[in-house]
Design a protein around this ligand. Structure first.
Ligand code: ZN
Ligand code: ZN
Length: 266
């Protein structure tokens, strides 16, 4: 990292001139920080949440490729010291929508090995939703992972809480499965639709995912699970920690059906 004007640190700008990730220093409550947060707020417009709260610092921002249900898509990410915010890019650096806010306290990250065109990736896992993101370069990836890891560590240290033990399954993208990943028989077509098991994340057919099960960290209502996971869950074969905890404060904002996946329709 090297320092540039105004205390703004640009991640390894000499090595990666096209680097889009900007990591800034941590001057909480500084005027520059307040201004940056105000700019992020205004880019999301009225549909976004207010982001300026005392003690919140904008650590960095950049474009990451998010592996969505249908295909990888560019999303604008903002890392604050307590939350990760992302949205769809309407106009680069000017307008974003479909804001998502992830409390960092519940986040765990895991590196993803490079696979074809999908390189420099890692998983962002939370109790309610987990997904893979990819940076443009290995340097950007390590910047992001280091900063997210540091923020999560600082938060847990401050609160005295243990790291989140359980997380929602990372969904296998639709394109990865032409046949049901459980029965290996049913071919997916426009009539025979793909479904996702909320427990294992597999792409499965309707008959293999007729059951629903209450996963409290994901939803207050029972959610679709595959036959295999249903048997495991009902027989208590999964360790209790992986079944989900009651009283999650995020349980109300979850998706109740396959069609609702936040960015499957755009
Ligand atoms: Zn099946
Ligand atoms: Zn399953």
């Amino acid at each position: 990292m090297s320092e540039t004007d105004g205390g703004v640190l640009r991640a390894h700008s000499s090595e990666t001139p096209s680097c889009k990730v900007k990591m800034v220093d941590r001057l909480a409550n500084s005027e520059a920080n307040s201004k940056r947060i105000a700019v992020v707020e205004s880019c999301f417009g009225a549909a976004g949440q207010p982001l300026a709260i005392p003690g919140r610092v904008l650590i960095g921002e950049g474009v990451l490729t998010k592996l969505c249900r249908k295909k990888p898509k560019a999303r604008q990410f903002f890392l604050f010291n307590d939350i990760l915010v992302y949205g769809n890019i309407v106009i680069q650096k000017k307008k974003y929508n479909k804001q998502h806010i992830i409390p960092l306290e519940s986040v765990t990250i895991d590196t993803v090995p490079d696979d074809g065109d999908l390189r420099n990736g890692w998983l962002i896992k939370t109790p309610t939703k987990s997904f893979a993101v990819y940076a443009a370069t290995a340097t950007e990836k390590s910047e992001w992972m280091n900063h997210i890891g540091k923020c999560v560590g600082d938060l847990l240290l401050k609160s005295g809480k243990a790291p989140t033990g359980e997380h929602a399954a990372v969904w296998v993208p639709d394109s990865e499965a032409s046949v049901c990943m459980r029965c290996q028989k049913v071919k997916f077509t426009t009539v025979s639709r793909r479904h996702h098991c909320r427990k294992c994340g597999f792409v499965v057919c309707g008959p293999c995912s007729e059951k629903k099960y209450l996963l409290p960290s994901q939803s207050s209502k029972p959610v679709r699970v595959c036959e295999y996971c249903y048997v495991q869950l009902t027989s208590g074969s999964f360790p209790p920690d992986s079944i989900g905890r009651l009283g999650s404060k995020f349980s109300s904002n979850n998706l109740s059906d396959d069609e609702d996946e936040d960015d499957s329709s755009d």
